[in-house]
Design a protein around this ligand. Sequence first.
Ligand code: ADP
Ligand code: MG
Length: 395
Amino acid sequence: MKKTIRDMDVSGKKVIVRCDFNVPLKDGVITDDIRITSALPTIRYLIENGAKVILMSHLGRPEGEANMKYTLKPVAERICELLNKEIIFISAPEVVNDQVKKAAEALQAGDVMLLENVRFRKEETKNGAEFSKELAKLADIFVNDAFGTAHRAHSSTAGVADYLPAVSGFLIEKEVQFLGNAVESPERPFVAIMGGAKVGDKILVIENLLKKVDTLIIGGGMAYTFFKAQGYEIGTSILDAGNIGLAAELLKKAEEAGVQLLLPIDVKAAKAFDNEAETAIFDKDKIPADWMGLDIGPKSMELFANAIKEAKTVIWNGPVGVFEMSNFAAGTIAVAKILAESDAVTIIGGGDSAAAVEQFGLADKMTHISTGGGASLEFLEGKVLPGIACLQDKN
Ligand code: ADP
Ligand code: MG
């Protein structure tokens, strides 16, 4: 377990917090502030406990230059509104300069300041020690609360921890608690549902989860590469041709590991990748040459539902059909509903799966929706994330 802000005496201390304020912007206006609101519990805790709070984040890809298109000014304004409190924002092109240092020095307990986009500095993404030191010198404690960049060793996510005591904020704590516990000490049966477009994207996740789960369900576009590996014809369905051999190997590994591997037994197919195209249901061994599978069929939904109902822990990564088109969303909706009704610990890891669950209005029925994207995938691959590894362990 990693230490969190609760394990530190932050009163009167300058605390530099790496947040993920990489919000979507349109013409300089924030179109979705969920990343800012998600960070508020950590920020409020620090304010209430008398810390002097220094926030930092990246925004977009300014490629190491002070491109004001990527200024954090709109974020500073939104934080002010949400906290109902003045905050200090100095738009320094070099992120840390004399004015910033003085302002940090002058902070009083409960004050909040936001630094300019850390990616204005070339060193940031190279984890340059000089920049890490400049950031560290502003503060007494480093808090990482940006899970979405925790798989990157950058100055503001990991480097700064070389020079300051480092702990996690509440967002990273929650990710480690749910994703970490689910993978390392799950209540069993432990079922993973994998979907998405390509096997290639998820090979390492499947390999890692095969060592942990009792049942692995495979749906979505990646199922067709497995069908091909089993010798079935898949029509014009999406195929990851370079990974057929690997799919065969994974099938074998599942068998050796005693993991129940469930593939769809029927599919909802169409004549074209189009919501208006003619559709039909086929058993998986009867997909005609000019049809493509775009969702799982009703028999598969039942098969998957029965396996999920038994589970005490479920991880879901990747939609089981092209849910963006209403005619091919039924399978993904069915999986989401079963998870929503389940008493199991249910964890959603994956941008599109999370979006699907949101879209169906079932997000609050899940135990945890990971905000990570790439970071959640690497976590599920069993990799060490530099932004977490750098934090102090609990004794
Ligand atoms: P996540 O972001 O949850 O990890 P992925 O990015 O791996 O998920 O995959 C999501 C994409 O997979 C969706 O855009 C969806 O349309 C696509 N997909 C699912 N099933 C199929 C299919 N049968 N054929 C083509 N694409 C599919
Ligand atoms: Mg995705």
